[in-house]
Design a protein around this ligand. Structure first.
Ligand code: NAD
Length: 550
């Protein structure tokens, strides 16, 4: 099990029932639950009001200080967004179902409850709440829209186009089952595929497996893909997909079944001339191989070009798996040349030790940059004399996570971001650098490997403090650029060498950086604004050239 425990508040006055629930939650197995209990409605409401972030409320409706539906309505008023599960006795079922009619997510009869039912019910309650309330309402989608609107304003984008580009053109939400290894359980999860702009060619974008995936996050990532592809002058519009679950909790065979079923659910949307998925957080070469195989089985012949980022033996490109990290380091090299920084004299800190972060750290180290700290979901490690990257990578191969690495000091992810260094590369999740910590960031160059790691207010603070921000749609564009090379090789049945790939990748990224740096200087923009204006301008040009149907 990995990640943060799920935080549950139990409001229950009967100590025997409270103990029963506590015991069942300990046995849930597929995730950890941090439980707090309040014995009256007043204590429960006070705990909810303390600002602690609970994920779910387990509620007995009959309490010493509140009765029946009133209990539910008062909890609902206090936490309108939170999933509420009603705990009922066998004689209270009618009352419990009235609470579900009024908006509670489910009810459970305490006397016939087992750990599996309780665990799944909590998970589904969170799913339902997500699906009902927060699909578009995600911080990432708001960030992507605000960034777009800011750039649109500066470039006086035609209002018709502004409205059109503010939301994706096509979205598909699927909910689908897959069988667990024990053969008895069938889990149902939500999946998405979003295509933002279809005017530039096929759409292109990764597939994310993560517990926070929703329509808004997928839409934001699709929108960023549009600007990124346009900025790199690749013949694609932006897309993205994802499934909301934690892949670290599932076995390889479960991941395979889930991936194949997800592929068949979205199969009408994808295809080598339509929409070409690639890896993102939580997915990798193996995931792409399963998607390629499922698609090929459906059409009856092998279609390597339906995905990129697949194994080389299936038509994957040399250099694709490390291309995002490599590209990030190429962009930093260009920036360092412009800023007259001698890279072997510098230090770097990298957040996220997956595909992007691990490779970025490795390539920094190869250039002679001293990598002081890295982190993953379990926390960070820091060594003021520099980390031995091969040793760290070897440790994660054996232990999966960085936690417990002996040759460094443990730091939290928050502390890691605030370490003094020359280059900081956030390569994990979005929203990591925000108004609350932007003043404590101590780097000279912020190279965004992750998508959307910096909020709009943090961006302004960083600009004021003179931190040189290499924006995500430039700094992590190495991945989609080599994905483009892979697609070209697959459609031509002609393979390039690693040297050709890296040389072309460097040329495209250096050219994009020069265009941006030039535009930023001439028009007085920061690099993010310059990148967005550049990308949006190209999409505007294409849309105007095609005209409006009908
Ligand atoms: P990955 O799944 O390979 O790795 C993600 C890493 O982030 C893991 O080390 C994980 O432990 C860590 N992590 C997860 N939650 C964290 C948290 N709360 N705090 C700190 N670390 C955390 O994913 P990836 O492919 O490396 O993608 C990382 C980022 O880069 C994402 O934002 C993704 O959209 C972006 N990106 C990826 C690619 C690509 O080619 N894979 C391309 C462009 C952009």
């Amino acid at each position: 099990m990995s990640g943060k425990p799920l935080r549950a508040l139990l409001i229950e006055d009967n100590p025997i029932h409270a103990r029963l629930i506590e015991k069942l939650l300990e046995e849930v197995g597929s995730y950890d639950v941090a439980l707090q209990t309040g014995g009256t409605l007043a204590t429960g409401l006070e705990m909810l009001g303390r600002g602690e972030d609970f994920d779910v409320v387990l509620l007995d409706l009959v309490l010493p200080d509140s009765q029946e539906m009133d209990t539910y309505f008062r909890v609902r008023a206090a936490v309108p967004e939170l999933p509420v599960l009603i705990l009922s006795g066998i004689d209270d079922v009618t009352l419990a179902s009235r609470a579900v009619e009024a908006g509670a997510q489910d009810y459970l009869v305490k006397t016939s409850l087992d750990a599996q039912t309780l665990g799944r019910s909590i998970r589904y309650a969170r799913e339902i709440t997500h699906a009902q309330r927060s699909e578009w309402n995600s911080p990432s989608f708001r960030l992507a829209q605000q960034q777009f609107l800011k750039a649109a304003e500066l470039m006086s984008l035609d209002d018709n186009l502004r409205q059109r580009l503010l939301f994706p053109q096509r979205t598909q939400i699927v909910s689908f089952p897959f069988r667990r290894d024990n053969e008895q359980e069938v889990e149902t999860v939500f999946g998405y595929r979003v295509q933002h702009v279809l005017s530039m060619g096929p759409t292109k974008g990764g597939i994310r497996y993560h517990p926070d995936v929703n329509l808004g996050e997928t839409g934001a990532l699709a929108m960023w893909m549009t600007w990124k592809c346009a900025l790199m002058q690749l013949p694609f519009g932006g897309a993205k997909g994802g499934v909301r679950f934690d892949p670290t909790d599932f076995s390889r065979s479960e991941l395979q079944r889930l991936t194949r079923r997800y592929t068949s659910e979205i199969i009408g949307m994808i295809g080598p001339d339509k929409d070409i998925p690639a890896p993102d957080m939580g997915t990798d070469e193996q995931t792409m191989a399963w998607i390629m195989d499922t698609y090929s089985q459906q059409v009856g012949y092998a279609v390597p070009a339906v995905v990129t980022g697949k194994p080389v033996v299936l038509g994957g490109s040399e250099g694709r798996s490390e291309a995002t990290g490599r590209g990030l380091v190429y962009v930093v090299e260009e920036a360092a040349r412009r800023l007259e920084i001698d890279l072997p004299q510098t230090t770097a800190v990298v957040q996220g030790f997956g595909n992007v972060g691990r490779n970025a750290a490795r390539f920094f180290s190869e250039l002679g940059v001293t990598v002081l700290g890295v982190s993953d979901v379990t926390g960070g490690i820091f060594n003021p004399r520099g980390l031995h990257l091969d040793d760290v990578i070897d440790y994660t191969r054996r232990h999966r996570f960085l936690e417990g690495y002996p040759e460094a000091e443990a730091v939290t992810n928050e502390e890691l971001l605030e370490l003094q260094c020359d280059i900081l590369a956030p390569c994990a999740l979005q929203g990591q650098i925000h108004g609350g910590n932007a003043n404590q960031i101590q780097c000279r160059i912020l190279a965004e490997g992750a998508n959307g790691p910096t909020t709009l207010d943090a961006d302004e603070i960083l600009q004021d403090r003179g931190i040189y921000v290499l924006p995500d749609i430039l700094a992590n564009a190495g991945g989609v650029t080599v994905s483009y090379f892979e697609w070209v090789q697959d459609t031509q049945n002609y393979m390039w060498t690693l040297e050709q790939i890296n040389e072309r990748l460097r040329r495209i990224l250096a050219d994009a950086y020069e265009r941006l740096a030039g535009r930023a200087e001439n028009e007085g923009y920061d690099l993010r604004t310059a990148a967005l204006v550049e990308g949006i301008s190209r999409v505007r040009e294409a849309k105007l050239a095609r005209g409006l149907f009908p």
